[in-house]
Ligand binder design. Structure first.
Ligand code: GLU
Length: 304
C-alpha cells in the first residue's frame, strides 16, 4: 500500500474541513501547545515507516498511556483483574463520577479515569518502584530507551486534579482502592504525563497489531488471547462516549488522549499515530479522527 501517497491525498481532502475544537485547557500546561500542529506516523509490522507533518515532535500522550499500564497489570494479574474493573463501554465522559456510585465503585472499564486509577492501584500493590518499573516496561515494549514522564505536566495536572481526587475517594469508600490515595494519584498523573512523538507512539503500539509479540525484539508482551482482549477494550472503550462513532467511522481499535493524540491499530498490518491538539466536545482530537476516517475510507481497509 502506498501510504505516503494516501497521506497526501487525505491531507488535501482535510483542507475542506475547518479544524474545529479547542486545546484542552483544564490542565494548564496542555494550553502551551501550538494548536495547528499536525503529525501522522504509520509503522507496519514489517517495520516500514510512513509519516506526514509533525511526526517527530513530542506531545503529551495522556490517556493513551492507560493502555500500557493496563497491559502491564494484565500480565501480572491475569483474569483476576476483571474483578476490580469492568470491560463495558461507559457512554459517559472520561472523568465522570455518576456511574461509579451506581456501580458500587467498580469502574466500567480500564480506559476511563476511574478504571486507570484502579489499574495504578493494582500496579502499586505489585511493584517495588512503580514509576520506574512502568517506564522501563514501556521502553522495552517500544524499543525506545528515551521515552519518559514529564514532571512539568504531571505537576500541572496535580495542581488541578480535583475530579480525579473525587473519583479515587469514591472508589476508596467502596473498598476498591487498597493503597494510599495520594500515592495512587501521583502515579496516575505521571502515567498521563508521558511524552512521545507520533513515530514513537505508533512503534510502541505495534505489539497489539502483532498478536502480542513485539515485532522488533520478537519478545512476547502479551499472549495472543490477552492481546485480542486489549484490542477489544480499545475498540469499545478507547474514545470515551465517542467510541461508537469512532468504530462506525474509522473501524479500528484505538485510544485517544486529551493531548490530541490518537493511536489505532490494524491487526496483522500496522499501527498508526495521529496528533492534532484541538479537541472536540467529547475530548478527542477533531482533526485526528477526521484524518483516520478519511484514511480508512481511502485505503478501504478496516477490521470490518
Ligand atoms: N490526565 C487526564 C485526566 O486525568 C487524562 C484524560 C485523557 O487523556 O482522556 O484528566
Amino acid at each position: 500500500m502506498k501510504y505516503n501517497k494516501i497521506f497526501k491525498k487525505v491531507n488535501s481532502e482535510l483542507a475542506n474541513f475547518e479544524n474545529l475544537g479547542n486545546v484542552a485547557s483544564y490542565i494548564p500546561e496542555l494550553c502551551n501547545v501550538n494548536p495547528s500542529k499536525f503529525g501522522v506516523h504509520l509503522t507496519t509490522i514489517a517495520n516500514k515507516h510512513f509519516n506526514f507533518g509533525d511526526a517527530v515532535e513530542k506531545f503529551s500522550i495522556q490517556s493513551i498511556a492507560k493502555v500500557l499500564s493496563l497491559t502491564l497489570a494484565y500480565r501480572i494479574e491475569g483474569e483476576n483483574l476483571w474483578q476490580r474493573v469492568g470491560v463495558e463501554p461507559s457512554g459517559t465522559p472520561f472523568n465522570s463520577l455518576i456511574q461509579l456510585e451506581h456501580d458500587l465503585g467498580i469502574p466500567r472499564n480500564p480506559l476511563i479515569n476511574a478504571g486507570a486509577l484502579v489499574i495504578c492501584d493494582i500496579l502499586i500493590t505489585h511493584l517495588t518502584n512503580p514509576k520506574e518499573e512502568l517506564i522501563t516496561f514501556i521502553r522495552k515494549v517500544s524499543g525506545i530507551p528515551t521515552i519518559d514522564y514529564c514532571s512539568r505536566i504531571a505537576d500541572s495536572e496535580k495542581s488541578v486534579g480535583y475530579k480525579n481526587a473525587a473519583l479515587i475517594n469514591l472508589m476508596k469508600s467502596f473498598g476498591n482502592i487498597n493503597n494510599d490515595i495520594d500515592e495512587v494519584l501521583d502515579f496516575y498523573f505521571n502515567l498521563c504525563s508521558i511524552e512521545m512523538t507520533c513515530k514513537e507512539l505508533s512503534q510502541t503500539f505495534l505489539f497489539l497489531a502483532n498478536y502480542g509479540v513485539c515485532p522488533f525484539s520478537k519478545e512476547i508482551i502479551l499472549s495472543r488471547s490477552k492481546s485480542k482482549r486489549i484490542n477489544a477494550i480499545m475498540q469499545l472503550c478507547g474514545f470515551y462516549d465517542e467510541a461508537g462513532d469512532f468504530s462506525f467511522k474509522v473501524g479500528l481499535p484505538g485510544k485517544s488522549g486529551v493531548g490530541g493524540g490518537i493511536v489505532a491499530i490494524h491487526p496483522n498490518k500496522y499501527s498508526i499515530a495521529v496528533w492534532s491538539p484541538k479537541l472536540n466536545k467529547k475530548g478527542n482530537s477533531y482533526k485526528g479522527i477526521k484524518f483516520l476516517e478519511l484514511f480508512t475510507t481511502e485505503t478501504e481497509v478496516s477490521i470490518f
